[in-house]
Ligand binder design. Structure first.
Ligand code: BGC
Length: 740
């Protein structure tokens, strides 16, 4: 056990500053062109590299060991490096994207996925993951919806807590990771859905919707917090003392490390709040930011600032101590390699238990949006199936943030179906292109040309269409595997048009017109506008980007081996112009359905309903549940409990997992309250034909809400309580919260 204060006392100023600098892996490789290039570009000296405290996005037992070994040779005080990486929804065993995970309504499952992701990444030498992302999302134009668990603060808070617990569970035994919750704060609400754009949120909304998952992460012991790229009240989060000091440290008691998002310190110049790199360094550091990721601002700026008395040595020491403390917690002073070996990595990654969990999780995350004419499930032994579409035989179903996933290990839908359907009963063809224009990939070097050359020629296109129509006519069921290119969602992947591309829509319509039954299988990273296809197909399964076992999970569901239970954690808009659309909006003074104004002057669109196409909480299963007999205790006293009960009746002959959702509305309050707010949910296994009475408890704690100062207000009065299977179809009761 190293005494950190004693260590600190021995450190030179350069050594201290190094702990607050994070560089990426290329700085540590031997190839001269790599080391010279980035250093010159960033403008830092080799001495900084030698003293650096942490490394970004390098992984693999061999590589991390080698970098650590060389670093320790140069490090005068033998202070080990921290390896930090984006292990967002799996390291090698890739789970469904977070937005899909959100649809499982199972924090326990997400926790398990994080335990596994952390074990695999730790076995490969990582120490910290830049996860979970706790940003609430309401705008499907924003590409990073895929990294969030959805639009609801209650769900997100539970997921974030579970994720932090999962990632950090095995930290003490060297098999887990430290978690870094991100992006603090408000990053999920850029104006117009354009990534990195300005955020304008009221403090009331920040406290009510955006902050709670972060606070939950901290309460769960999260070791690090990453700042966001955007401004809050006009001040970039990376240099915002209100966020980093007043809230994080003083109010929430956070003792861990704060880190800037990628190059965000230098970006303070572009924001127009810093004159140059040194200025950026000063305002970020003085605002409470510990580590500068991927710029030279701290590396070159802290020393002269200290000499000029513009930052305090005490603050510098505190920040360095926080970094050293994490290194100690991770056991790096005892074993800088944390027991990592190539053999251990091989044993851990892709462990059959991990793959089993990935299959289970993907099965619980996909959402059935439509199932008419009993199209699904079908019997794979007797059904002639045509699998058509650009995702029919495509392993690219990981989504953008599966940084360490290996697509070669991913089973495609075709292969998974072949395992289930007898020879001769399955026809497969791509049918059409995924996209016709890959220009949006232009910034990724030659990628867009490569993709473009994969597009069908006019001749091939005509032939493919003929083949697809032919297969469709002969099949009992057509599965159309369509969607977004994986690079169309994720970071810097904002879009204004959320429809499937026109040629996909036309293709779906053409196939559906000749097919006996058509099932649309969707692979995408955000809610799409499906208004132009929904009436053409019999069934829709939202598979998201489902990860390494996604194809097997999908076949489990299609074939009836698994009864799906996923429920949307983000609304699917009816039209582009409706976005952002989310279930927990305020009523307004002129609500569309309960106002005595003439209809023209209500809060509504002239050309589109207010409601989304598929609401929050919605999803179908192979069983059906009917709710009845809602009972709500009429009176709640301080310290007391309201009991809500409802009868859930499985009216089908299939057993199924049902998600019952409890919503509240505060009828009169000092701040306008959302028409609905999720306050509880429970998943019950209902046997075929079974009825269960399900109970919820409401306490005064559930009735409080935040004001703009972040204080909780708890007010007496009338409340509505709702229980339903989704946010748009609810049984309703009411109760009074009274003083006596
Ligand atoms: C992203 C972060 C990520 C970081 C490091 C940034 O561009 O916004 O979410 O953790 O890069 O890779």
């Amino acid at each position: 056990m190293t005494s950190l204060h004693a260590l600190l006392a021995q450190m030179t100023l350069d050594e201290k500053i190094g702990q607050l600098v994070q560089l990426s892996g290329e700085f540590f490789l031997d190839e001269p062109q790599l080391t010279v290039g980035p250093k010159a570009k960033l403008g830092i000296a080799q001495a900084v590299v030698d003293n650096v405290g942490s490394v970004l996005n390098v992984s693999g037992a061999v590589k991390t060991r080698e970098i650590q070994r060389k670093h320790l040779q140069n490090s005068r005080l033998k202070i080990p490096l921290l390896f930090m990486a984006d292990v967002i929804y799996g390291y090698r065993t890739i789970f469904p994207i977070p937005l899909a995970l959100g649809c499982s309504w199972s924090p326990a499952l997400i926790r398990q996925c994080c335990v596994v992701a952390a074990r695999e990444a730790a076995s490969a030498g990582s120490h910290v993951t830049f996860a979970p992302m706790a940003d609430l999302v309401r705008d499907a134009r924003w590409g990073r919806c895929m990294e969030s668990t959805g639009e609801d603060v209650f769900l997100n808070t539970q997921y974030v807590r579970a994720s932090v617990e999962g990632f950090q569970q095995d930290m003490p035994t060297q098999q887990g990771l430290a978690a870094c919750v991100k992006h603090f704060a408000g990053y999920g609400a850029p104006i117009g859905g354009r990534d990195y754009n300005t955020v304008e949120l009221s403090h009331q909304s920040l406290f009510e919707d955006y902050f709670p998952p972060f606070q939950a992460a901290i309460d769960a012991g999260c070791e690090m917090v990453m700042t966001s790229f955007n401004t809050v009240d006009g001040v970039p989060a990376t240099a915002n003392p209100w966020l980093l000091k007043t809230l994080l440290r003083e109010r929430w008691g956070f003792q861990g490390i704060t880190i800037a998002d990628y190059a965000a310190v230098k970006e303070l110049i572009a924001h127009g709040v810093a004159a140059d790199e040194q200025d950026a360094c000063a305002i970020a550091f003085n605002a409470g930011l510990d580590i500068d990721m991927k710029t030279a601002c701290y590396a070159n700026g802290l020393k002269p600032l200290l000499a000029a008395g513009k930052i305090s040595e005490r603050a510098l020491d505190d920040a360095v101590l926080r970094v050293l403390r994490l290194k100690q917690k991770l056991g790096l002073f005892d074993d800088p390699y944390r027991g990592v070996t190539p053999e251990g990595e091989q044993r851990c990654c892709y462990h059959p238990e991990h793959l089993r969990l990935a299959r289970e999780t993907a099965g619980k995350s996909l959402v059935v949006l439509k199932n008419d004419r009993q199209t699904l499930p079908f019997n794979p032994a007797t059904t002639r199936v045509a699998l058509i579409g650009p995702y029919a035989d495509n392993p690219d179903i990981f989504g953008l943030w599966a940084v360490y996933g290996e697509k070669s290990r991913c089973t495609t839908l075709k292969t998974a179906l072949q395992e289930a359907i007898p020879d001769g009963n399955l026809c497969v063809t791509p049918g059409c292109d995924l996209l016709l224009d890959y220009g949006f990939l232009g910034e990724f070097g030659a990628t867009h040309q490569v993709e473009q050359t994969r597009c069908l020629t006019d001749n091939e296109r005509a032939q493919e269409l003929e083949r697809a129509l032919d297969y469709a006519r002969q099949a009992d069921v057509v599965l159309l595997a369509m969607g977004e290119h994986m690079m169309q969602s994720g970071e810097a992947a904002s879009r204004t048009d959320l429809h499937l591309p026109r040629h996909q829509v036309e293709f779906i319509q053409q196939i559906a017109a000749v097919a006996k039954k058509t099932v649309l299988l969707l692979f995408n990273g955000r809610p799409l506008v499906l208004t132009d296809v929904v009436d053409h197909v019999d069934a829709i399964v939202e598979a998201w980007f489902p990860g390494i076992e996604g194809s097997h999970a999908l076949v489990d569901v299609l074939s009836g081996k698994r009864n799906p239970s996923g429920r949307l954690s983000m609304s699917f808009p009816y039209a582009n112009g409706q976005v952002p659309v989310y279930y927990n909006a305020l009523n307004t003074g002129r609500p569309a359905h309960q106002s005595d104004h003439s209809p023209r002057f209500l809060s509504k669109y002239l050309d589109c309903p207010n409601a989304p196409l598929f609401p929050f909480g919605f999803g179908l299963s192979w069983h059906e549940t009917r709710l009845s007999d809602l009972h709500v205790t009429p009176r709640l006293l301080p310290g007391g409990t309201v009991m809500v009960s409802v009868a859930a009746h499985n009216t089908s002959d299939v057993d199924g997992l049902e998600t019952l959702q409890l919503y509240l509305h505060d009828c009169v309050a000092s701040i306008a309250r959302p028409a609905l707010q999720l306050k509880g949910f429970t998943q019950v296994m209902l046997a075929a034909g079974e009825t269960q009475v399900v109970h919820f408890e409401i306490t005064p704690h559930d009735l409080g809400f935040y004001d703009a100062e972040g204080d909780v207000r708890l007010e007496y009065g009338r409340f509505r309580a709702f229980v339903g299977l989704n946010s748009a179809s609810l049984l309703e009761g009411e109760f009074y919260y009274a003083e006596s």
